[in-house]
Design a protein around this ligand. Structure first.
Ligand code: SF4
Length: 199
């Protein structure tokens, strides 16, 4: 097989060439040209694949994101196709209609890509930096925990419960990241904790 050509592209190209040559042998020269012009390259050829998890529900189906290399999109890698991950044990390549429409969600102009904050009493949300948002979350965590952590129960046993703050984790994490999140959050004493997907 020639260097730089994938097996799939080679087979597609070989099939097209054989069909065109056969048509040419029967005198269909114009048809041969038309057919050759109509053949499009396989659209996922040359894309970069990234595995991820559908963000919608607790089933946590595996997906593959196909992106065009940055060189083809002026320096910005762009996702152009999303499909179910055939190697994922949960969905084996299938997606429900919601998951199958993920590309619309990724490319939606309404999608939030930066944190927003609405100050107490304010009517509008304003965009804030990630540093500002993370500092604010950390500060609020600390203040609330210092004030409300229950260290012992009525019988004097150590419990270290923190029940005035809850934590919700998202699905696009690996098992390992989810495990670490669980350890950190439970280590702080949070009882109200859930992970959106059962990864
Ligand atoms: S593809 Fe459908 S079933 Fe699977 S996680 Fe997404 S929303 Fe849930």
């Amino acid at each position: 097989m020639p260097d730089g050509i994938s097996r799939r592209a080679f087979l597609a190209g070989t099939g097209a060439a054989l069909a065109a040559t056969s048509l040419g042998a029967f005198g269909f020269g114009a048809l041969e040209s038309a057919q050759a012009a109509a053949i499009r390259p396989f659209k996922l050829t040359g894309t970069i694949e990234t595995r991820n998890t559908c963000p919608y529900c607790a089933v946590a189906c595996g997906v593959i994101l196909y992106a065009k290399p940055a060189a083809e999109t002026r320096g910005k890698r762009s996702i152009m196709y999303i499909d179910g991950d055939p190697d994922h044990p949960t969905n084996r390549g299938t997606l429900c209609p919601k998951g199958a429409a993920l590309l619309n969600f990724v490319g939606s102009p309404d999608r939030l890509t930066v944190p927003r904050y609405r100050a107490p009493g304010a009517k509008e949300f304003k965009e804030v930096s990630w540093d500002w948002a993370l500092d604010r979350v950390a500060r609020n965590f600390k203040e609330d925990r210092d004030k409300n952590l229950i260290t012992t129960n009525a019988g004097g046993a150590t419990v270290n419960r923190w029940i005035t703050t809850g934590f919700l984790a998202a699905s696009a994490t690996t098992n390992e990241a989810a495990w670490l999140t669980y350890k950190v959050v439970r280590g702080m004493g949070v009882l109200a904790f859930d992970n959106q997907a059962r990864v």
